[in-house]
Design a protein around this ligand. Structure first.
Ligand code: PDD
Length: 286
């Protein structure tokens, strides 16, 4: 039985309650973050906390906690649930007004709701999937136009994941106007002639915290990085590909729409970046 955090209280998961009028439930009017835990410590916490502030600001939503309080809550949950490796899910919504209404409620009358819970993943770092790599299909990107805000509107990404499952693969890459935006819940990269290529930041993709760290480590390791759009055809002709996210770190991609990349095994750049990311982010964990 997990101990979770809801609006100021630590409770057993089956006692934690949110109102049926909560705008997260009725309107997907909420934002979230997923922070990974390795060796009982938080990975890239400052990045996630900063992006949370930005998501809230873009939606004019009040933040019910300070960064310090947020860190304390994260640490308390890791401690109370004995998490060595796993994730912490955090969600803040525009709260529960007295009735359903499209207009935002007055934040002085309706405080934001905040929920956090842990997910125990003992093999997060030593994930056997990373040794094999994953297969992806491409699908149309039918999400809204502000994907840089980390909202809980995850219906289309969930549908994309199901399309991938039905196609017998692991995930889907989303394509808009002929170019890959990102994965259902991760940023997408290809590697050609040693150069790492990934879409530049804009409203079209989530500005991944893992992406920022990986690009920094790649530059420090004298790897070449090019931030630009790429097509599925270019990706299929690449030497290798990979994705990044807080829950997968750096995960090699070995097949796109049925076309095998290289020899169909994880490429050296992805493997090296995964090693560097795990090593460096563990050192900087809090
Ligand atoms: N997803 N793009 C999308 C659409 C995402 O949902 C995510 C993260 C990322 C990677 O961001 P980061 O490196 O900050 O985790 C990119 C999380 C892990 C999730 O929804 O579970």
């Amino acid at each position: 039985m997990r101990i979770v955090y809801v609006n100021g209280e630590y409770l057993p998961e089956n006692e934690a309650k949110i109102s049926i009028f909560d705008r997260g439930f009725l309107m997907a009017d909420g934002v979230y973050e997923v922070t990974s835990v390795l060796d009982g410590k938080l990975i890239d916490f400052a990045g996630h906390a900063t992006r949370l502030e930005r998501s809230l600001g873009e939606l004019e939503m009040a933040n019910p906690v300070s960064q310090d309080e947020l860190l304390t809550i994260h640490r308390e949950l890791v401690e109370r649930n004995g998490i060595d490796q796993g994730m912490i899910y955090l969600q803040i919504t525009r709260g529960a007004p007295a009735d359903r209404d499209f207009a935002f409620p007055d934040p002085d009358e309706t405080p934001s709701s905040i929920v956090l819970f842990t997910q125990n993943k003992p093999n997060l770092a030593d994930n056997p999937v990373a040794k094999k790599g994953i297969k992806v299909i491409s699908i149309d990107d039918l999400r809204w136009g502000r994907r840089d805000i980390k909202t809980v509107q995850l219906l289309y990404p969930s549908m994309g994941k199901m399309m991938a499952k039905k196609a017998g693969v692991d995930d889907a890459w989303l394509v808009e106007d002929g170019f890959v935006t990102e994965g259902t819940s991760n940023n997408a990269y290809i590697v050609k002639d040693g150069k790492i290529i990934t879409r530049e930041r804009s409203h079209d993709i989530l500005h991944g915290i893992t992406r920022a760290a990986v690009l920094r480590f790649a530059a420090e390791a004298q790897m070449q990085v090019e931030e630009r759009n790429f097509t599925v055809v270019e990706a299929q002709a690449a030497d290798e590909a990979f994705i990044t996210s807080a829950s997968t770190f750096v995960m090699p991609v070995i097949e796109i729409d049925g076309a095998e990349l290289g020899d169909g095994t994880p490429g050296p750049v992805a493997v090296r970046l995964r090693e560097i990311y795990l090593e460096e982010s563990r050192k900087a964990a809090v």
